[in-house]
Design a protein around this ligand. Sequence first.
Ligand code: SF4
Length: 319
Amino acid sequence: MNKPNIIISKCLNFDNCRFNWAKINDDFLLKLEKFVNFIPVCPEVAIWLSTPRLPLRLFKQKDEILLFQPATDTDLTEKMDNFSNQFLKSQKNLDWFILKNRSPSCWINDVRIYDKKVSYTFIKSWTWSFTKNINSYFLNIPKEDEWRLKNFKLREEFLTKIFCLANFREIKESKKISDLSDFQAKNKYLFMFYSQKKQNELWQLIASYNKTNLSEILNDYHIKLLELFNTETKTWRMINSLTHIFWYFKETCSALEKDFFLETIEVYREWRIPTSSVISILKTLALRDNSEYILKQTIFNPFPKELIELSDSWRLLNL
Ligand code: SF4
C-alpha cells in the first residue's frame, strides 16, 4: 500500500509545542505513524511564538475574526495569514489533514470565538486561522480533527479513504490507463458503499479514454473520487453492494445458502450484526470458488491489518 501524505498538528505526538509546553499523546496516531508520511506543523511556533507562551484567542470584530494574544494585546492575524499561505503553497501530493480540535490556530470543526474579550460562542465552520487558507489550496482534500478519530466508525472510514487515495496517487503518477482500470475494478464494491451512481461515473471517465486525454481523465477522476468519499455511507447502499457481491456466486450457491445469506442481510439491515459478519460469508464463498476478482476487492482489506482494532465493526477478516 502506498503511504498516505498527511499534514498533522505538531502537538499531536510530535512536539511539546502547546502554549503550556504540553503535547497530546494519541495512541491511534502513534500506531498510524508507521504507515503514513506525517508532515507535522505548528503554525504558532512557525510564526516565532515561544513555547511556553501566553494563550491566543480568536476575537470577532465586526465581520472579521482576529487572532489575538490578549495578555500582550498583540494582533497576530496577518502574520498567521502570511505563514499559512506560504506553507500551504509549498505542499504537494497531500491526501489528508489531521488537526488539533478547538485550537485557535489549527481548528477545523468548532472553536471558541470571543466577543469583547469576555463571552464566547462556538462556531462550526471555519472562517479564520491557519486553516482558513486550506480551502483555497486544497478545497477537496479531506480534513479531520484528532478527536473525531476516536470514534471507531469515523476512524475506519478515515483509514479506508486515506489508503485508497494514496493508492490512487500512485496510479496518477504511473500515468497508465490499465492501472487506472485495475484500480477501479478492485475498488468497485467499496465505491458502491458510498454511491453506485458516482462509481458508474468513474467508469464512464475511464471509458472516455482516447490516447490523448489521460492527464485530463486522471485529474477529473481524482476530483470525482474525493466527491464520492464525501458521500455518507448508508445501510441500504452497503446492502446493495454486499448483495451485488453475493449474486456473483448465484450459480454455485445452493437454495439453502441463498436463504441463509438473505436472512443474514435482513438481520444486518436492523444493525443486529456487524458488517464483518456479512463480509465473512462473502469471503468464504469467494475462497470456496477461488474467485480471484472478488478476492482482490479492497472491501476485504482496505487498510493494513495492524490498524484494525478489536472494537471495530466490520474489518476483522484478516486477524
Ligand atoms: S494546536 Fe496547532 S498551533 Fe497549537 S500547539 Fe498544536 S500544532 Fe501548534
